[in-house]
Design a protein around this ligand. Structure first.
Ligand code: GLC
Length: 582
């Protein structure tokens, strides 16, 4: 299934030489990933031989990039004062730019990159993300998510590129290359979540995937093969179960398929707090190499694995395989040569050149679903009403994993909004109707921005435990549109969402309709297409539903199952040249 990799004997000898010197405690320490604040003190880093530090939701490492780098350099110095001086990996969820750092360039989420279908652009975006992640002290990103979402009710559809394995494989390759492949500004990439995260019954985050083995191999494996062939450094296990087995404890797929058959030689990293959640030592025996030993799991993990090895429940060979994979990547990514962040990169965070690439991604991600009565492109001297809070709020246009885990409901540093873009382009009067109730009758056209508030992970599951979201627009957003269409005003609807939604009625009402996904910081890029400076290029990365009835079964309308007729098929998208999808 995968081509034989050239074995770098020199590297393997270095790794083996180091392993031969390590105690069992030092080996288990290398397999431990902790948070940089509540799990450990800097002293613990030394005494517990920690292998990796993660930054996620919670106190920031500092108030600017210099302080972020200083914090991580201080932790690095602690490990370099240990006997074997094995440097730390610093990991972060930089999933659409270095999105944990305010001021970084924030790209469209992967669903928007999927709509661009542009490998070169995806590679550039990944390279910029890698650079801005290194500039803030990281050498490992937990991206790209290469899920194949099969139900829009899942709260993480937007983190993946597409429902199509071929498109996802192509962009996964580009993303891994961009993140890892650009010399010393590269970081370790992570293909996630292995496997079945987006294919659970009814789109439940962490639910059960009931696909057959053949369907898993046909639909879900190809992006992992592509990532492995591109040399992806790590693969993250998934929260869901498959065949009723927690994926973290699925030895046949992690060790049997991923490591042996596909010859993946990198790190299989667990997801959050997996040791205590998915069977403790079973996950190590299944093939997990590094464990997110967070939220109080650290001591239980380190002591539990040590006892298991001493009692023969976990073999030394298994521990050595895990440590070998971790050390191999630390050597490959130059940590032993230079474990410290590069201060000279700090000045490149959020620079205009990076934002220009993100704006290109915004433009090319837009999918034109309808354009009648020549309402688009907008005329520069038109009198335009711009409607709704999403039109002037860079937090709302960026989705989850932006500044905060669950995203931001306010504008943030360095970002521009859709309204700002329209004002920049227009030479006519632009009226902002924030709550959709302004008494405006004499405008030529209304640009109405509707959508979903930001969410991440299970918070975004529709019908799940939180049940905060829905498949249709909210009443309030539906009113924004009808308030204008009832006056006979021409309307352009811009949908800001992490997934296709049921908008059949609103599509009927409006003259033009654009799927804009979650554009990120460069909201002003949308106006460049609305005014016709650039044509629409985006194509649907998902089949688009016509009704909530489409979700009676385990999956929504999708690529394989034509029993559910979509409103628009995968690949649909109009442009100015042709008002029919090419
Ligand atoms: C989360 C997510 C995973 C993320 C990890 C670290 O629970 O499932 O995608 O990389 O934890 O934040």
């Amino acid at each position: 299934m995968a081509k034989k990799f050239n074995i770098d004997l020199d590297l393997e000898q270095k790794v083996d030489a180091l392993i031969s010197q390590m105690t069992l405690e030092e080996k288990i320490g290398q397999m431990s990933q902790v948070r940089h604040f509540d799990d450990i003190s800097p002293e613990d880093i030394k005494t517990k031989y920690i292998g990796s530090v993660i930054h996620t939701q919670g106190p920031l490492p500092g108030s600017n990039a210099e302080e972020w780098q200083e914090k991580f350099a201080m932790l690095q110095k602690h490990v370099l004062s240990t006997r074997l001086k094995i440097p730390l990996l610093f990991g972060v969820d930089a999933v659409h730019g270095q999105n944990t750092y305010e001021g970084a360039t924030i790209f469209p989420h992967n669903i928007g990159l999927g709509a661009t279908g542009n490998d070169e652009l995806v590679e550039k975006a990944a390279a910029i993300t890698a650079l801005e992640s290194k500039a803030t002290g990281f050498n490992w990103v937990f991206s790209p998510c290469v899920a194949i979402p099969m139900n829009e009710k899942w709260g993480r559809v937007y983190e993946a590129f597409s429902e199509c394995p071929d498109l996802t494989s192509r962009l996964a390759k580009a993303s891994v290359k961009g993140h890892q492949g650009h010399g010393d500004t590269g970081v370790m990439a992570t293909a996630k979540h292995f496997i079945g995260d987006g294919a659970t019954d009814f789109g439940v985050e962490g639910g059960n995937c009931s696909l057959s083995r053949e369907e898993v191999v046909e639909r879900l494996i190809p992006p992992y093969q592509a990532a492995i062939e591109s040399g992806v450094a790590s693969i993250m296990a998934s929260f869901n179960t498959l065949d009723g087995i927690p994926m973290h404890a699925h030895k046949a797929l992690i060790t049997g398929l991923l490591k042996n058959e596909l010859q993946f030689d990198g790190i299989v990293v667990s997801d959050w707090k997996a040791y205590s959640r998915f069977g403790r030592n079973d996950i190590i025996n299944a093939g997990i190499d590094m464990v997110m030993a967070v939220d109080g799991d650290l001591d239980d993990f380190q002591e539990g694995v040590k006892s298991a090895v001493l009692e023969g429940v976990i073999s030394e060979d298994r521990i050595n395989d895990a440590v070998r994979r971790i050390l191999r990547q630390k050597f490959r990514f130059g940590l032993f040569d230079n474990p410290f962040p590069d201060k000279s990169l700090i000045g490149k965070i959020g620079i205009p050149e990076h934002r220009a690439v993100a704006r290109q991604a915004v433009r090319e991600s837009l999918v034109l679903l309808k354009n009648e009565n020549q309402v688009l492109p907008l005329k520069k001297n038109s009198k335009i009403a711009v409607v709704g809070p999403f039109a002037n709020n860079s937090g709302l246009q960026s989705g989850g994993w932006t500044i905060n885990w669950q995203g931001n409901t306010e504008s943030y540093q360095g970002a521009t909004t859709i309204l700002e873009g329209i004002r920049k382009f227009s030479s006519g009067e632009v009226i902002y109707d924030q709550d959709g109730t302004a008494e405006v009758d004499d405008v030529d056209v209304a640009v109405i921005v509707v959508g979903e508030n930001p969410y991440a992970e299970f918070f975004g599951d529709i019908g799940g435990e939180m049940n905060l979201f829905q498949l249709t627009l909210t009443e309030e957003h539906q009113k924004y549109i009808s308030n204008y269409t009832e006056k006979g005003i021409k309307t352009v609807v811009i949908l800001i969402s992490g997934r296709p939604l049921v908008i059949t009625e609103q599509l009927e009402q409006s003259d033009a309709f654009v799927a804009a996904w979650l554009p990120g910081s460069e909201g002003d890029g949308i106006a460049e297409v609305l005014f016709g400076q650039f044509d629409f290029k985006g194509k649907l990365p998902h089949s688009w539903p016509k009704s909530v009835e489409d979700y009676q079964g385990k999956f929504g309308p999708n690529y394989w199952d034509n029993s559910i007729e979509p409103l628009f098929p995968f690949g649909y998208g109009l442009n100015y040249q042709k008002n029919t999808s090419s």
